[in-house]
Design a protein around this ligand. Structure first.
Ligand code: C5P
Length: 193
């Protein structure tokens, strides 16, 4: 039975960093599902057509990490047909042996409701904005507004909104270093392995 680790949370909460570190520590492949929506947003045209025709190569497009690509992603991510078109790919990825790590917004609630480990990573808005600003070389105040707008849209949509699964462990990384956050997540995985 594959061992699935689902990591969800708002933008720049630290989930991607934790997911990459766990992937290295446990040797599981990792899928950053936000990239799927970023690619659909960046392709342009009809988002549902873009999602249905999505190719792994599309995930390598330049500029996908930008704040603009994040906004475009969150707009297309609210379209139910776009989300439906991406479900099979994510579920197939999650069933790899010996295990897999997926991070996003709806992994523990919709994509992998039976995941062996579910983490919901949060951090104070200002902390998240400061981290993202440092990463992108951007203004923290602009990042704060951007993150809040995106989180509000992601949490308010009808299909697969940003939400912790009832059985998710909440990890607040506000006062944690990266090493501390990774250690806490890894300890949880080891307990369930
Ligand atoms: O995680 P990241 O910030 O790259 O995600 C970009 C956007 O993609 C999110 O703001 C959200 O709207 C959407 N997304 C989603 N479901 C996921 C992953 C990302 O709706 N599983």
């Amino acid at each position: 039975m594959p061992f699935t680790i689902a990591i969800d949370g708002p933008a720049a909460s630290g989930k991607g960093t934790i997911a990459r570190a766990l992937a290295q520590e446990f040797g599981f492949p990792h899928l950053d599902t936000g990239l799927l929506y970023r690619a659909v947003g960046a392709i342009g045209g009809d988002p549902t057509t873009a999602a249905r025709g999505l190719d792994p190569e599309d995930l390598l497009r330049p500029g996908l990490r930008s704040a603009e690509a994040g906004q475009a992603a969150s707009r297309v991510a609210a379209i139910p047909e776009v989300r439906a078109a991406l479900i099979d790919f994510q579920r197939r990825f999650s069933r790899q042996e010996p295990g897999a790590i997926l991070d996003g917004r709806d992994i523990g609630t919709v994509i992998c409701p039976g995941a062996e480990v579910k983490l919901y990573v949060i951090a104070a808005d200002e902390t998240r904005a400061a981290r993202r600003a440092a990463e992108l070389g951007a203004d923290p105040a602009v990042m704060l507004a951007e993150l809040r707008e995106r989180d509000a849209r992601d949490a308010a949509r009808d299909t697969a909104p940003l939400r912790a699964a009832p059985d998710a462990v909440i990890l607040d990384t506000t006062a944690m270093s990266i090493d501390e956050a990774v250690a806490a997540a890894a300890a949880l995985v080891r307990k369930r392995l």
